[in-house]
Design a binder for this molecule. Structure first.
Ligand code: ZN
Length: 180
């Protein structure tokens, strides 16, 4: 990795940490939000074997537009247009409401770029693992099952480009709550 690439990754980590600094996950421990994007990057590199710099940077930044005040222009100014595009591809437009966002993810999955597919896979892998081991507070069995089924519908729409990540997804999906 050359110094520019290293700089981009550290900058993306620091940027995400700053943007998410006051946010917490919805689990019982109220874990720091930043754990989640860092976990995505870890899964991509160390489990998925992904080496594409822009994919890793986008994973670190993937929730900044959706969940913080960050704009797409800001991402582009700091990280370039490739990272901006990937982050935009995996961002929900929350003004649409929760239901529409969920449907939109299913509808958009088949047209995602290769890089956005990797980020989306890692996001769903991490979220399902969290639901298995450390679920959001108050999620009944039915809600956890519905979340698994929705995630699978999204992922089924983008298969064919990331065999290792798809296999990791299938492994966690096999742990769908309620199935012994
Ligand atoms: Zn996420």
């Amino acid at each position: 990795m050359n110094p520019d690439e290293l700089s981009l990754l550290v900058k993306a980590t620091a940027f995400a940490a700053r943007k998410h600094k006051d946010q917490r996950r919805k689990d019982d421990a109220s874990s720091p939000y930043i754990n989640h994007p860092v976990y995505l990057a870890d899964v991509l590199v160390h489990e998925g074997g992904v080496t594409d710099l822009h994919t890793i940077a986008a994973a670190l930044l993937h929730d900044t537009i959706e969940d913080t005040e960050t704009t797409a222009d800001e991402i582009e100014a700091h990280f370039g247009v490739t990272v901006r595009t990937i982050v935009e591809e995996v961002s929900d437009d929350k003004s649409l409401g929760k239901r529409a966002c969920k449907q939109m993810q299913i509808d958009r999955a088949p047209s995602l770029s290769t890089q956005a597919r990797a980020v989306k896979l890692a996001d769903k892998i991490c979220n399902l693992r969290d639901v298995v081991v450390n679920p959001p507070t108050g999620w009944e069995l039915e809600r956890r099952q519905a979340y698994f089924d929705w995630a699978k519908e999204v992922i089924d729409g983008l298969r064919g480009e990331h065999a290792v990540l798809e296999e990791l997804f299938d492994q966690v999906y096999a742990q769908r709550p309620g199935e012994e």
